[in-house]
Design a protein around this ligand. Structure first.
Ligand code: DC
Length: 216
């Protein structure tokens, strides 16, 4: 069974997808982490998002996988922590707009999830990666709530940003993710919208679990 959870950044996707997967005993696939890992790899190799030929070559040799504890490895390096930095967040929208990067990531995502019970979270899971997913949810939240969530995440990593900087970052990323030519962030017609602004993590998870239990 495939469960798709899409939505903009900091809408609560990751925590919700992780909790839903744990409760159901499913695999949790964080597709945003994959785009972040590619962004980290390109930055590390000093390849810019407009250098398509070099990106093609980079992608042809890429090895990306999640280990048993769901940490993400790129070419043998555990990049789970680095990919959450503000530096990667500010670059990832440009990298994830590159069609070659998307095609490669979608292929890997389908390989990981195929024949498995999997909760996938991202931007295009219900529209492009698995349009026939059994269940589709689209998480949203107010921008100021999302900025506060990001602030807490960044503080844990020792980074400081103001709420207004984070609101501007989130708005910019929403705009880039929603307006790109390939697989833009849009709600699938058959996805169930969930506004997480006023919900606790448990409430978010339970809303999805209850819906699945009532409709499977
Ligand atoms: O969910 P996140 O913030 O970790 O995602 C990081 C970026 O990756 C986000 O700006 C858009 C991109 N992304 C995407 O284009 N498609 C996905 N399925 C997941 C993420």
């Amino acid at each position: 069974m495939i469960i798709a959870i899409d939505g903009p950044s900091a809408s609560g996707k990751s925590t919700t997808a992780k909790g839903v997967a744990e409760k159901l005993g499913f695999t949790h696939l964080d597709t945003g982490a994959m785009y972040r890992a590619v962004t980290w790899g390109l930055k590390n190799a000093e390849i810019t998002a407009d250098d398509i030929e070099t990106i093609r070559h980079f992608l042809s040799e890429i090895e990306i996988y999640f280990d048993a504890t769901n940490r993400i490895h790129l070419n043998g390096v555990d990049v789970s922590r680095e990919i959450r930095s503000g530096n990667i967040s500010s670059r990832v929208s440009a990298v994830s707009a590159v069609i070659e990067v998307r095609e490669k990531m979608v292929k890997i995502q389908r390989q990981i999830a195929k024949g498995n019970n999997c909760v996938l979270e991202g931007r295009d899971i219900g529209t492009v990666v698995f349009p026939n997913a059994e269940f589709k949810f689209f998480l949203i939240a107010d921008v100021d709530v999302r900025a506060k969530r990001r602030l807490i995440d960044l503080e844990k990593m020792g980074e400081t940003k103001t709420i207004s900087e984070l609101i501007a970052d989130i708005r910019r990323r929403d705009e880039l993710d929603s307006s790109r030519d390939h697989s833009p962030l849009i709600q699938a017609e058959d996805a169930i919208p969930i506004d997480t602004s006023q919900l606790t993590i448990d409430e978010q998870i339970n809303k999805i679990i209850n819906h699945i239990n009532l409709n499977k």
